[in-house]
Every structure is written in C-alpha cells, then in structure tokens.
Design a protein around this ligand. Structure first.
Ligand SMILES: Cc1cc2nc3c(=O)[nH]c(=O)nc-3n(C[C@H](O)[C@H](O)[C@H](O)COP(=O)(O)OP(=O)(O)OC[C@H]3O[C@@H](n4cnc5c(N)ncnc54)[C@H](O)[C@@H]3O)c2cc1C
Length: 387
C-alpha cells in the first residue's frame, strides 16, 4: 500500500514517519507552523535522556534497547556523536523496594542479562562525589544509555527529509486538518492555502488536543520546566563521575544530565506538570528557581548556587495512561494520529518511524497495539514519572 500523505508537524514523530513512508514509496508532504527545529517543540532542546530502564515494562525496554543500537548507527551515519553513551545512574532515598522503579528496573534488566552496577551510599560517595550520599542510599548504574542532543537531531532529520524528496513546507499560518462528514479531506491554513492527499497524519505534539478537539477526553497538554545551570567547574559534572541521573525519580520526578560541551548542566522534573493550552503564552511559574535550588541543596550541594544560564517551559502531550496515541482515527476516515508522547518519546526516535508507518499501512507490528485508539480506563505512566 502506498499513495500520498500530508504530515502535520515536524518533530520526532512527524519527521521519522515522513522518512520511513518516503522510503516505502509514499509521496510525502510535511507541513509545520514554524521553521524546523521549531523553538517551542518538545523535541527541540539541548538534551534528552535515552534509557532502556522501564521497570518491568517489556515493550518499552525492548524499544529502548533497539533505539540505543540505532542511535549509535545514526552517530556513524552522521559522522558526529549526537548520542552520548554516558550511562544512567538511578538512586533511591531509601533501600530499593519491590514495585519501585529502581528495584524493578534493576531486577528486570539483570534478569535479561544486562551488567548493571549495584550502588550503595559508600560507592556513591567514592565514584560520584557530587552526590549527597547521606541522602541517597541505594540504586544502580546502567552503563548502557545516556543522552542525545535532540534539537540537533531534528535539524539532521529535516535535512535528510528534504534530501529524500519530501516536500517540507515551513512557517505555514495555523494549518489545520479539514474535517467534515466523518472524513479528513486535507489541510488548510488560516490564509487560505489548501493541500489534499490520500491520507493526513497529525503529528503536532502538545498542540494535538487543540488541533483535534475530539481527542480531548484522552489527551491533554501539560507544562513542564527545565533549568540549565552554569557551574564554574563543569568538569566535576561530567561522566563517568556524573552520568545521566534520576534522583528517586518515580517519587520526586527529578532527573538530569552531565555538563554538555558548553558547560551547561540541565536539570528537569518528570512530574505531574500544569494543564495548559499549547498556544497559550508560556510562563515560568513564580518560585520555580527556588524549587530547583532546594532540590539541588539536598542532592548536589556543589551545583546549588550555580548561576542559571537559561530555563524553559516545555510541553507534554499527555494521554490518560502515559502510552503514545498512534492510530487511525475512529471518527474521521483518512486521518491518522501520532501523538500522546507523555514526556518520554524522544529516546525512541530511531524506532518511531517504522511504528507509525506500520500503523499508516495497517501492517502488523508487535509494538502498535499498545498505542491504538482506546477509551480512558485506569490512569497510568511510564513508571519513572512522579504522580
Ligand atoms: C521538559 C521535557 C523534557 C523531556 N525529556 C525527555 C527525555 O529526557 N527523554 C525522552 O525520551 N523524551 C523526553 N521528552 C519528551 C519528548 O520531548 C517528546 O516525547 C517528543 O519530543 C515529542 O515529539 P513530537 O514530534 O510529538 O512533538 P514536537 O517535538 O513538539 O513536534 C510537534 C511539531 O508540530 C508542529 N505543530 C504543532 N501544531 C501544528 C499545526 N497546527 N500545524 C503544523 N505544525 C504544527 C510544531 O511546530 C512542532 O514542530 C521531554 C519533553 C519535555 C517537554
């Protein structure tokens, strides 16, 4: 099955789907409201965590593992390392408990034969001296995993899309799918431009609940914050002493990165967030910096007074159960949706294209049933998200 397809949105979902469908012979047009990488897109940042650690979740562990292999392949293809295998250190404030993210990830991955390094307070003090080992008593290091320069990845993928013959149309005024009588008939912009094709794929990230209001009962937009600190001695915050980390992450949401090439140390929180509309003006909540510094004082005292270089409000497209929403739409024929990232999709960029293309072509794929249209039942998450 091939044909023509319009893709609304040039983040990691839209671009990987475009490249994969183009490689399968589709005529692909990708439309974005801004220039790529879009500065407000979730995919556009200095770094994103890449991990296989998903408690006992076999599917996301498998997707993480294959993605890591492919990130290394992409580094080789691009001739530049945008994926950095600095390892993933997760520490708990108490001993690891069954049902806990650290415990279940450690035992599930060890059971698969992965060589993880169990870490107690004494080892933390010795090997990772920036940590407050009085406060964190047990966890583990996974040497496989790390971080990726997400904004630069999007720039690379956009370049490859143009080179592959995908029509990439940027800076389009408020493009929307044309929905009428149970069918999606194309895309139109607020200044009257119209595009038609056999299928329309909406991959508009956190804007999706606004672009497709009929999905607002299963997905919504939440605002999260990110801070970039500039310590005077960035070398103290580099791997192996300071790999990507999670600090009792499933209870607190706190996680972060080693210093990047510019000496910036990113800290963020994978928590509940605030419900917003994606087109609202982004506002940094009052007292947010102090919230970060309070956390740093008890976890990384050497970073707590470092100046803030920059900060950002970034948006998740949350689904009720934390699983992605990649499916043919039940209400509008000719419409496929790939969204619902719930704050944890970028790491899977190297496998997303095939998943989305298999859904578009309605091909069997072990990983797609989880993302099909479904009705809100119990609330869930990716296991590392603080509730
Ligand atoms: C603070 C924060 C931290 C994160 N950390 C991690 C992490 O460490 N690891 C990880 O794996 N994931 C992480 N994520 C999640 C990850 O960033 C997302 O899962 C992923 O980037 C979502 O990609 P996307 O393509 O769906 O959306 P986006 O990257 O937001 O792209 C959507 C695109 O659609 C365009 N668009 C929107 N509306 C329209 C419209 N009407 N018409 C045309 N174009 C439109 C936008 O301009 C944009 O270019 C994080 C997210 C946030 C917010």
């Amino acid at each position: 099955m091939t044909g023509s397809i319009l893709i609304l949105g040039g983040g990691c979902f839209g671009l990987t789907a475009a490249l994969e469908l183009r490689s399968r012979g589709w005529k692909v047009t990708l439309i974005d409201q801004g220039a790529l990488p879009h500065p407000d897109a979730a995919s556009t940042d200095i770094s994103k965590v890449v991990r296989m650690d998903y408690a006992a979740d076999a599917q996301h562990t498998g997707m993480g593992l294959l993605s890591i292999e492919r990130w290394k392949g992409w580094n080789a293809r691009w001739g530049i390392d945008l994926y950095h295998e600095d390892g993933f250190l997760v520490m708990s404030r108490g001993t690891m408990q069954p049902g806990g993210f650290e415990h279940d990830s450690f035992h599930y991955l060890s059971g698969l034969g992965h060589a993880l390094r169990h870490t107690d307070a004494a080892m933390l003090r010795e090997r990772h001296p920036v940590w407050n080992a009085e406060r964190y008593v047990e966890g583990y290091l996974n040497p496989i995993g790390g971080w990726v320069e997400s904004g630069r990845v999007i720039a690379m993928l956009a370049k490859e899309a143009r080179e592959a013959g995908i029509e990439v149309i940027e800076q389009v005024k408020a493009p929307r799918p044309v929905l009428a009588a149970g069918r999606c008939n194309g895309i139109e912009s607020s200044d009257g431009r119209v595009w038609t094709a056999d299928l329309v794929l909406v991959a508009s990230g956190a804007w999706t609940p606004e672009v497709l209001p009929h999905l607002q009962n299963v997905m919504w937009t939440t605002a999260q914050t990110v801070f970039h600190f500039q310590p005077s001695q960035p070398e103290r915050f580099r791997a192996p002493a300071f790999p990507v980390w999670g600090a009792d992450i499933a209870k607190t949401g706190w996680y972060g990165f080693p210093a990047n090439a510019d000496g910036l140390v990113k800290v963020a929180n994978h928590g509940v967030g605030r419900r917003v509309n994606a087109s609202d003006t982004r506002v940094m909540p009052a007292g947010e910096e102090e919230k970060y510094r309070a956390f740093l004082r008890e976890t990384f005292p050497a970073l707590a007074e470092a100046p803030v270089h920059s900060n950002r409000v970034c948006l998740y497209c949350d689904t009720f159960d934390g699983a992605f929403w990649i499916t043919h739409d039940e209400q509008f024929e000719g419409l496929v949706v790939a969204a619902g990232d719930s704050g944890h999709a970028f790491k899977f960029t190297p496998v997303l294209g095939e998943i989305i293309a298999d859904v578009v072509e309605q091909k069997d794929n072990d990983w797609t049933p989880k993302y099909r249209a479904r009705q809100p039942t119990a609330v869930g998450s990716d296991g590392a998200r603080a509730s």
